[in-house]
Design a protein around this ligand. Structure first.
Ligand SMILES: Cc1cc2nc3c(=O)[nH]c(=O)nc-3n(C[C@H](O)[C@H](O)[C@H](O)COP(=O)(O)O)c2cc1C
Length: 303
């Protein structure tokens, strides 16, 4: 029997496989396809203090080997989450992590304080990397001083596991990772989407209403792995990797590069059972390579 358990700060995950925020709602949407208790963790849809409509349609586009989205954090706000969604999902036998978004530091703090009170939410993923909102979002994640300021303010009011989600749209992601580690982040997750754009040659118009959007899927995987490796070498806190993970081999590659856990996003739109296929595939890989604990894989890159 191989041991798939890993630790992210205070969270004991039964395995390193989670779903990525914004790609499976609150979990209920994919619950018909597999037993959600098999997941190491489930990161719920991006949540904001107040209701957000999101951006105008069209806000999704397919491109070769990746997708562009500009959903823009559509959600009904934290009060609705606490009153209506949390009671329905709180007893799922997996770690529930809420993805937290704000336009100002005060919003991030107010939202975080509310989530700190929820017993069955052991962690938040602080999104300072959303490219699809006009105010806040990625603006906080692309400079060290602003990333530090938001993490510092949130750390003061949040006592549980604080994961900070980083943007790839920066010159040095390792510098940002070190900056948020310095302010008390317990883990970093990366990468959020890369800023991209699609044009319709016939109409000479942008495909997305927002003109630019976030690119995800296999197209971004080599960039994501490079960034995981750079961040793993720069910080002491655990790194959660994502970006184009479609199968167990992709997941193992991220772990070899330094990821303690991984998240699956765009792949869910192709086949929602991919996370369980990845868990089974990691188990088979470990048996084949006679690896006892999945921790032996993390950062085992031989250069
Ligand atoms: C439709 C869609 C919605 C997303 N919404 C969020 C979100 O609300 N918060 C967030 O931090 N990331 C969001 N993301 C980014 C993903 O969580 C993930 O970081 C990114 O897609 C890279 O992983 P992937 O290539 O496996 O999809 C979204 C991605 C997609 C495709």
């Amino acid at each position: 029997m191989v041991d798939l358990g890993i630790k992210i700060h205070n969270l004991d995950l039964k395995n390193p496989v989670m779903t990525a925020s914004g790609t499976c709602g609150f979990g209920e949407e994919i619950a018909d396809f597999f037993d959600l208790s098999r997941l190491g963790g489930l990161v719920v849809k991006g949540t904001t203090l107040k209701h957000r409509e999101g951006n105008a349609y069209p806000r999704m586009a397919e491109t070769p080997s990746g997708m562009l989205n500009a959903v823009g954090l559509q959600n009904k706000g934290v009060d609705n989450f606490i009153a209506n969604i949390y009671p329905r999902i709180k007893d799922m036998d997996t770690h529930l992590i809420v993805n937290v978004n704000g336009s100002t530091i005060e919003e991030y703090v107010a939202l975080t304080e509310r989530l700190n009170e929820l017993d069955k939410i052991p962690a938040i993923e602080l999104n300072i990397s959303c490219p699809n909102v006009k105010e806040g979002g990625m603006a906080f994640g692309i400079s060290c001083p602003s990333a530090e300021a938001v993490v510092k303010a949130v750390r003061k009011v949040y006592s549980k596991t604080l994961i900070v989600k980083l943007s790839p749209n920066v010159t040095s992601i390792a510098e940002i990772a070190k900056a948020v580690e310095g302010q008390g982040a317990d883990s970093v997750s990366l990468i959020n989407t890369l800023l991209g754009m699609a044009v319709n040659a016939e109409t000479r118009k942008p495909v997305l209403s927002t003109i630019t959007g976030g690119l995800s899927g296999p197209a971004v995987k080599p960039i994501a792995i490079r960034m995981v490796w750079q961040v793993y070498n720069a910080v002491k806190i655990p790194v959660i990797g994502m970006g184009g993970i479609m199968n167990a081999t992709d997941a193992i590659e991220f772990m070899i590069a330094g990821a303690s856990a991984i998240q699956v996003g765009t792949a869910l739109f192709i086949d929602p059972t991919i996370p369980v296929q990845i868990i089974d595939g990691i188990t088979q890989y470990m048996e084949r390579h006679k690896i006892q604990s999945v921790n032996e894989i993390i950062g085992s890159l031989q250069c």
